[in-house]
Design a binder for this molecule. Sequence first.
Ligand code: BGC
Length: 389
Amino acid sequence: MPVPVSSSFLWGAATSPHQVEGNNTASDLWAIENMAGSPLPERSGDACDSYHRWREDLDILRDLGLNAYRFGIEWARVEPAPGHVSRAALDHYRRMIEGCLERGVTPVVTLHHFTSPAWFRHGGGWTGPDAIRQFTGYVRAVRPILDGVPWVCTINEPNMLAMVAARLHSGAPNLVAGALPPPDQRVAEALIAAHHAARGELDAVASGWTIANQTFQAVPGAQEHAEQWAWAREDQFIDAARDDDFIGVQAYTRVVIGPDGPVPADPAARRTQIGWEFYPGALEAAVRHTASRISVPILVTENGIATADDDERREYTHQALAGLGRAVADGLDVRGYLHWSLLDNYEWGSWAHTFGLVAVDRQTFRRTVKPSARWYGELARAGVLPGAC
Ligand code: BGC
């Protein structure tokens, strides 16, 4: 059954600075991408040149009929050297916020989306002696430009950050391929402390953080094991948001857990470009799981599919939104849905995985709206989550 949503429901799309802006040269990941023998197969380079083309991106989003844009502020641009805040970078991001408001688009702003300044990493990263003070210093510098922003996400996917940190500490040669280890618990706790401290700096601005929901499902008999997996990798981060103004839910696929850990999907299972199982039910499961642990408003801050087949994007999104509609019909407090991603962008080491509603020519940066984007925009204009297809 189609489910109408309130007129304040956010229908939008998301990006992150490093993945779309281009030339994020003071960041830690830029250094990794460009070092000799980099573990990342491709560089971000000019990315989508959204640092200069953001007005065009916003016009596209508004013309589709969407009313919200999630984008990020890049710490490495705002504070390229410790304690040295770039007024020009802050002005840039303030212009983006005002550009949203002028177009009737609600800005949803992320303060940290995976990348940090290179100097922060050199100083020990999240477990360095000054990490919390350094992060809150950055948040304090940004706070004055956030007036009028109703949704601020402090840190994106802290659970993924803590898992990637564990992988780096293990000396693994590759950042991205293969199953991730459990989070580095010191990093997890530092991120939770940083999030709470950042919220303290944001005072009247409504804030939360965004969690990678992995939809852990137990095979019969492995329930307790799956709960342990979920606690370390997801639930401790959800629980840390119990006093927040909202929580961001991000879901793409599921992980089935047996007594010995993850059970690989059937070799015949349908997969996305990234190799993840095609599982649009992840969104409904993630929203219900989050609501079962804490009682704060939910904003879907990411959901989407890496595919070269735009019909498949529409199919996946339709099924995911139908599941979201079931959760809303059951009374869950869901305030909006932000599709990942507005643009085909830099997927952390690769340009081959295309999540975008809009294609971007790698030479000219020309944007081309895909049919799935127009279909999604029509749903937004109608204000109705679709029934199952
Ligand atoms: C991240 C995005 C990423 C997406 C698809 C999320 O983990 O927040 O930056 O591109 O998933 O992998």
